[in-house]
Write a protein that binds this ligand. Structure first.
Ligand code: NAD
Ligand code: UDP
Length: 368
């Protein structure tokens, strides 16, 4: 098949592209506005990869041509960083909904199947947290989020964090509406906290910025300029999925060998890898000391608590818990995640540490 990957230069995109090239079964046409992460794949000059630096917002004619020539379109383009949801909610809605809708329309026009990346954040907060906020009994049972049954519960409009989830949810609803009305072929993917090599930049190397949590904690471990900051005490839960497990599931959805993915929404996650953010911080410190600490590294960083408003600004609200029900991916795709939480943290950390050591060597003149 000829696969068009939009946003192929991001974290999931490069890991997916690498796997597809390795498999060698499909031709990949990769599109992004940022070449930095995908450069290492472009440099391989693989005959299976064609890369275009294009913007889905402004290069409509070129994207339309690529959609027309593709068998399947995979749309990964989004602003996917919580710091941005409260900093620039209008920009987040514009890219994640309005610009992505252009791709939907091109797929409709050319009758192409679309695999659309959404988010586990569409589930919002748990019914248990919502009950607690309304002063109701909080003994509501915590159940895993299930694609076609769970309600989607968001906070108030003033909490702009939810604009990301709302944009993604609206996109999902429109895809399903076109499926119902026009027989539009689509599948939706809801990722549950994937991590792994190339997830995000380190603020000390990028001169600032606010990546996702793993990179913040790695930055504190490797550079020691700032403490590990736990937002509101790090009491919320996340369940981390290793990128290779995730990519394995994504490839099954793209290939759809059993022809049972049409019109389906898939959770991709590893519900068994759940821990509190404060536990993630401690485990990262322990694994770093055990396996990676080297002479000259800064001492183990202090772990402090900061408020959500202080860290992200006004309008931040957190998701309390996200446990994926992955029954659908298991039964329809025969998929099963393999990496446990320590392996997920270790392997992701290994990539960051190796890149950092490489950089240190270059800076000290050991490697040219
Ligand atoms: P990412 O930010 O690393 O990748 C997004 C890519 O889109 C970037 O490379 C960016 O340069 C590109 N892009 C942005 N604007 C563009 C434009 N106008 N034209 C072309 N390219 C553009 O994010 P990711 O973690 O790889 O996530 C991919 C998708 O999965 C997103 O839709 C995100 O919302 C969703 N998602 C990811 C996770 C996760 O755990 N990583 C969780 C939930 C949802
Ligand atoms: N967080 C934290 N310290 C940081 C960065 C993030 O405690 O330096 C928290 C954040 O408030 C959230 C969790 O870690 O509770 C995960 O945040 P991330 O940015 O990775 O994205 P999310 O999972 O919320 O989409």
């Amino acid at each position: 098949m000829k696969l068009l990957l939009l946003g192929a230069g991001g974290f999931i995109g490069v890991n997916l592209t690498e796997r597809l090239i390795k498999d060698g079964k499909h031709n990949v046409v990769a599109v992004d506005i940022d070449d930095e992460k995908i450069d290492y794949l472009v440099e391989t000059k693989s005959p299976k990869l064609e890369y275009h630096n294009l913007n889905i917002s402004s290069d409509e004619a070129e994207i339309d041509g690529l959609v027309a020539a593709a068998d399947v379109v995979v749309d990964l383009v989004a602003f996917a960083n919580p710091a941005l949801y409260v900093e620039d909610p209008v920009g987040v809605f514009d890219l994640n909904f309005t610009q992505n809708m252009k791709v939907v329309k091109q797929c409709l026009k050319h009758k192409k199947r679309l695999v659309q990346f959404s988010t586990c954040e569409v589930y919002g907060i748990t019914p248990a947290k919502a009950a607690e906020q309304f002063g109701l009994s909080s003994d509501t049972h915590i159940t895993p989020f299930s694609e076609d049954e769970s309600p989607l519960i968001m906070g108030p409009v003033k909490n702009h964090r939810w604009i990301y989830a709302c944009a993604k949810q609206l996109l999902e609803r429109i895809l399903d509406a076109h499926w119902k009305r026009d027989g539009f072929q689509f599948s939706v993917i809801r990722p549950f906290n994937f991590i792994g090599p190339r997830i995000d930049f380190l603020p000390s190397e990028a001169g600032g910025g606010s990546p996702r949590v793993f990179s913040h904690f790695m930055d504190a471990l490797l550079y020691g300029k700032k403490p590990i900051k736990l937002v509101d005490g790090g009491e919320v839960y996340r369940a981390y999925t290793y990128i290779d497990d995730a990519v394995d599931c994504i490839v099954r959805i793209i290939e759809d060998n059993n022809s049972n993915c049409e019109g389906q929404i898939f959770n991709i996650g590893q519900p068994e890898n759940e821990l509190k953010i404060k536990e993630l911080a401690v485990r990262m410190c322990e694994l770093f000391d055990e396996h990676f600490r080297a002479e000259g590294d800064p001492p183990r960083p202090e772990i402090i608590t900061v408020s959500g408003e202080e860290f992200y600004g006004k309008g931040y609200e957190d998701c309390d818990r996200r446990i994926a029900d992955i029954t659908k991916a298991k039964t329809l795709l025969g998929w099963q995640p393999e990496y446990d939480i320590d392996q997920v943290i270790f392997k992701t950390m290994e990539h960051f540490v190796n890149s950092h050591r490489e950089k240190q060597k270059k800076e000290s003149g050991e490697v040219f």
